[in-house]
Design a binder for this molecule. Structure first.
Ligand SMILES: C[S@@+](CC[C@H](N)C(=O)[O-])C[C@H]1O[C@@H](n2cnc3c(N)ncnc32)[C@H](O)[C@@H]1O
Length: 362
């Protein structure tokens, strides 16, 4: 199972053209508005890997410009000649524009901006988008897109998988608010986890289970055709530093005694909670068996982050790399990611690198 997921992620990394569904963006953004209706009010939102001809991000934010109370919407697109996937025809919309330039269309990025009611029909929406070609190809790292990042308040996108880590560093170093899509596995990366531990990065509203469905341009890599549209399921999640209500909902948990008696997981009823031999913590194989009354440290799968409420739990670290060193996790384990993480010498279970170490808050 884990291997399939990794294979899927590796394949996805070769192709960046996955497009987010409008309903997924709407569902996620609505959660921030429910929590704070002014989340986007008077803000400049930058969509740095988007193109209104393809992207529902531009469509959603432009259509909801007034409802969100936006000050300025900017989206930039990447030149087709710089993309990995080059099967592209300029849309009629671009070709019919007086700004269309056949020499520039394939090699230059584009910028689309929405600030005012250009067609004077009484509302600001997608028909008021103004655009022009960028100087360069629209790479998010280019000076002109970096300048737009610095002008923005909130950065929103589904970034290219093939350059996710450079993108994340570009984003986090900007110290802006953001809402992005990422592969589920990346929460344990050493480049991201410290921000999660420090409560500077957390899961968005949408639950992690089931992954997300994206429209794909790669005809050879389709999971399903929905309403004539080729779709791909990718184990993706939303990551953000914008607050939302689900993040503050405490998990409802049973005591250790009740779990040992009534848990739906047979291994917990049979074997109880296993103590690691290389770290003073117990193993929690499933989020729903976290005991409500255990005061010590617990090692738990990363899917816990989908349910993490910072008022209920403290994240202490992860069983790998510098974090493991800081926690004093002894290295004498094999580092298996499955459940057979038993130390071959002692025959006792060891805290594996895949576990996040947490403790209940008082
Ligand atoms: C995963 S797609 C997401 C598209 C869109 N945001 C959506 O979900 O509807 C990422 C987009 O970023 C573009 N891209 C790839 N490398 C880029 C770069 N270095 N700078 C800017 N955009 C890039 C890809 O061509 C692709 O269109």
């Amino acid at each position: 199972m884990a291997n399939n997921t990794n294979l899927g992620a590796a394949k996805a990394a070769k192709n960046d053209e996955f497009y987010t569904q409008y309903a997924d963006i709407q569902k996620e953004v609505n959660a921030y508005l429910e929590y704070n209706p002014d989340t986007f009010r008077d803000k400049t939102v930058l969509l740095p890997c988007d193109d209104p001809e393809w992207s529902n991000f531009t469509r959603f934010f432009a259509q909801n410009f007034e409802r969100l109370g936006l000050k300025r919407l900017i989206s930039t697109s990447y030149a087709v000649e710089s993309k990995k996937y080059k099967d592209y025809q300029p849309t009629l919309w671009e070709q019919e524009s007086p700004l269309f330039d056949p020499d520039k269309t394939r090699i230059k990025g584009k910028i689309f901006e929405l600030t005012r009611d250009t067609n004077q029909n009484g509302r600001i929406d997608i028909d008021d988008l103004e655009w022009h070609y960028l100087e360069g190809d629209g790479d998010f790292r280019s000076p002109e897109v970096c300048k737009l990042r610095d002008e923005a308040d909130i950065i929103v996108t589904n970034p290219p998988f093939s350059v996710f880590l450079p993108f994340f560093s570009w984003l986090i170093n900007s110290e802006k608010n953001f809402l992005i899509i990422a592969n589920k596995n990346c929460v344990t990366y050493k480049e991201l986890f410290p921000y999660i531990k420090a409560n500077k990065l957390w899961s968005g509203r949408t639950e992690w289970a089931g992954g997300m469905w994206f429209e794909t341009k790669d005809r050879n890599d389709i999971d399903r055709i929905i309403d004539g549209v080729p779709m791909k399921n990718i184990p993706s999640i939303w990551l953000t530093n914008l607050d939302h209500g689900r993040r503050h909902e405490r998990l409802s948990l049973m005591s250790m005694k009740d779990n040992l008696r009534y848990s739906k997981h047979e291994d917990i009823r049979r074997y109880g909670y296993i103590k690691y031999d290389n770290y003073d913590a117990i193993d929690i194989p499933y989020v729903d068996v976290i005991p409500s009354d255990y005061e010590g440290v617990m090692g738990i799968p990363a899917t816990f982050l989908d349910k993490y409420c910072p008022e209920q739990f403290e994240i202490l670290g992860i069983g790998t790399g510098d974090s493991a060193k800081e926690l004093g996790i002894n290295k004498n384990y094999r580092g298996r990611t499955d459940l057979s993480f038993t130390n071959p010498e002692t025959g006792k279970p060891s805290c594996p690198f895949s576990r996040i170490l947490i403790r209940k808050k008082a």
